[in-house]
Design a protein around this ligand. Structure first.
Ligand code: SAM
Length: 395
């Protein structure tokens, strides 16, 4: 494909991404994968270039742009090489008209920027939410050592703040490597590894991972437990939860079982576990403001109503999770959001309503205290954004 043809296709795909964001359709990476599968004429270099253009334009526009072309014109404003490709050539985009306006650039929709600032993030922190994320892996200590995997993967540097993390100097997919096929590592952001580690799961514990999704943290918890004890991985999303069993098999994790929950019936469906777990981890559904580096279009999909819905669900899941913890046991609350309403605020509200619970200090080599918990941010900590708090039940 010519550079101009790549640009035109990027504009068309961006239009699909915008429509999906408006209509709650598929995520950008799903749309791109589908689009490339249907356009075999786009080779791997074309795909890489087009993907780069689409994501650069998504990152640049804080508000949902009116069209893919307006977003790409905004990107071209700072890139003369790109502007020159609006040349009207065959398969390329028509020249930019005098009346055409670029989409406004910015970090996020205004209401969200305000909410982030009110949660203590300055403009540098906010901008860094849209940086490119590094590729981190968690070495599976159930099967191997950090040194062995580091020796096998070129350009892997240990992450000092977690026991089994490596940062790779590439963003090339690593899922095709023999070490991955053997379950010797998982792809997992360093921040996600750290909050899993801070949960403090130990050998022999009975642990409930209440919002396990595809099991990223379940597997990390099982590794912390040296494969001894039990982890009950719950979720309401069947397709996500079904990804856990094959991952666990590959990782040699034998202590995890899954339980599919019905929304609103979590408490009744977990009645057998009432006041029995040593540790309940709630990696709660949230706005994902801390993961915009990987899903920058997520900021166009969030609305104040959706945020309220997340906040209400988180509060309800904390009640459900707390009921499962034995006296003396712990509740760990995690979100990949940097909004206080979903982090420090939730914990304050919970503790104010439950005198029998206390917050424990959460200390790590990175992160900043926030309320009764710890916050990780892309700018300060070079991880995805997270909030984590640990609470212990006195009686
Ligand atoms: C942040 S994601 C979990 C990610 C996962 N722990 C990991 O490390 O890969 C939040 C999860 O909460 C789940 N969820 C949403 N509502 C829930 C509910 N009422 N009960 C249990 N899980 C719920 C979602 O389906 C989603 O998988």
């Amino acid at each position: 494909m010519t550079p101009a043809a790549r640009l035109q296709l990027a504009i068309e795909l961006l239009d699909e991404v915008l429509t999906a964001a408006r209509t709650r359709g598929p995520a950008a990476d799903v749309l791109l994968a589908r689009a490339f599968a249907a356009r075999r004429f786009a080779g791997s270099k074309d795909r890489r270039a087009i993907r780069g253009l689409v994501y650069d334009a998504i990152r640049l526009c804080g508000e949902l742009p009116e069209s893919g072309r307006a977003a790409m014109i905004a990107l071209a404003a700072a890139r003369p090489d790109l502007a020159a490709l609006f040349d009207g050539s065959q398969y390329g985009p028509p020249p930019i008209g005098e009346a055409e306006r670029p989409a406004p650039i910015g970090v996020a929709p205004a209401w969200l920027v305000q909410a982030l600032e009110a949660s203590g993030l300055d403009s540098t922190e906010c901008k860094a939410l849209l940086d490119r994320a590094p590729l981190d892996i968690r070495v599976n200590l159930l099967k191997t050592t950090v040194e062995a995997v580091a020796a096998e993967i070129q350009g892997a540097t240990p992450l000092a703040f977690v026991p089994a993390g490596l940062r790779l100097d590439t963003d090339a997919p690593v899922e095709g490597t023999p070490a991955y096929a053997d379950g010797r590592f998982e792809v997992q952001d360093g921040g996600s590894q750290l909050v899993s580690h801070l949960a403090g799961a130990k050998r022999g514990m009975a642990v409930i991972d209440l919002c396990a999704g595809g099991g990223g943290k379940t597997l990390a918890l099982a590794a912390s437990m040296h494969g001894q004890g039990s982890v009950l991985a719950c979720d309401i999303d069947r397709p996500r939860l079904s990804r856990l069993a094959p991952r666990a098999a590959r990782a040699g994790v034998t202590i995890a079982t899954t339980k599919l929950l019905n929304p609103g019936q979590e408490q009744a469906m977990l009645e057998d576990w009432r006041a029995r777990a040593d540790l309940v981890v709630i990696d709660a559904p949230c706005s994902g403001t801390g993961t915009w580096r990987r899903n920058p279009e997520a900021r166009w999909r969030l609305t104040p109503q959706l945020l309220d819905h997340y906040v209400a669900t988180q509060a309800r899941l904390m009640e459900v999770g707390a009921g499962l913890v034995r006296p003396g046991g712990a509740l760990v609350y995690i979100t990949c959001s940097l909004l206080d309403a979903e982090g420090a605020g939730q914990v304050d509200r919970f503790l104010a309503a439950h005198g029998e619970w206390n917050a424990l200090p959460v200390a790590a080599a990175i992160g900043t205290p926030r309320g009764k918990g710890l916050r990780l941010t892309p700018h300060r900590d070079s991880t995805d954004g997270f909030f984590v708090a640990k609470m212990v039940r006195q009686c």
